[in-house]
Design a protein around this ligand. Sequence first.
Ligand code: UDP
Length: 404
Amino acid sequence: MKRLDDYRGIETDAVLDDICQKGKRLSGTSVVHVNATAVGGGVAEILDNLVLLSNDVGVRTDWRVIHGTPFYFEVTKKFHNALQGQDVSFDERELDLYKRINEKFARFAFLDHDIVIVHDPQPLALVDYVPNSRPWTWRCHIDITKPNKQAWEFIEPYILQYKRMIVSADGYKRPDLDIEQRIVYPSIDPLAPKNRDLSEETMDGYFKGEGIPVDKPLITQVSRFDPWKNPEGLLNVFQKVKKEMDCRLVFVYNMASDDPEGVRVYNHMRKLAKPYLESQDVLFVRGDDPALVNALQRRSTVVVQNSTREGFGLVVTEALWKETPVVARKVGGIPEQIEDGVTGFLVERDDDDGFAEKIVELLRDGDMAAEMGRQARESVRRKFLITRHLLDYLNLFENVVVDK
Ligand code: UDP
């Protein structure tokens, strides 16, 4: 199991020493993170690594996952979509179920820690059902700048019961919300199986085991099958690229237990991509094994992220760290990560031709791709490693403990 000291040589000594001191000062403080799934999606990925390291430095850190029914997760995915701007409406039954599941979980979750951090909208309403709660923090991972009106009117009173909101980019702050707001960037763990170095033999083994052919350059998107990740649009971009250069498109996908849309979008995409799947120009690869995802992100010639909305996009960070050049849409948290033309390419939301052109440029110019990859890794090292993330949290915890 990893320890803080294992990050020496990757993270600066100054950051690691600061973490050690603050961890000692905070020993005896209890923290709990609450979210909606233990597996699948960026939040689970972050907590899976961060909670361990936080305990390692001496802060007693729990992780609770709200217990929901399938219908509850249908409703919360609808909330997720509505808060990201989709035009949907909610009936009383849906809103009641949302409240009821939160109320029920609040009864047995015992959220009596010194610091409570609630992630995303699914467990947001817990704050209403825990008596005498200390000031809580809402950690919002999604883009709530242009929400659907009904969803926002329902959600806002809950948000206002929190002491503060944490978002992933400056543009996500809401001046109309009268609570403290701060930015904490998400992060990747460079030592996790998803991101650590892999030998060529190990990668060969994964490719052979999965039957992934390597006779053509690979263009890869790693994502849940979610309409916001725009897999259908990516197929369109791929057709344009393929006219210029022979290559293969890989959809690496998994299912998150809090995302019931995954199966529907998957089935739709299988139909749409049928001829390409038959010719093996397009591959669907199940990405449940983090080391396989790691190998695919490393061996791809280009990693793409075609999202039309994106809270942050950890998959972008993961590819940048591996020095694989990335082409992605200029949406949500992605521009926080990519300096256009330096650490990757950013393309406007509707510009399929531009997206295809940038992929082709990278497929043709290996030197440029390699230089971008080097710059990308350094930028992740500076801004998006788990150690920096932990330090941001420890700084926050110190404020909260002083506030009390
Ligand atoms: N992921 C994975 N296997 C897959 C698809 C995704 O392990 O087949 C991981 C991916 O590596 C990343 C996370 O799920 O760590 C997705 O995070 P991101 O922020 O990109 O998107 P989200 O799903 O949270 O919207």
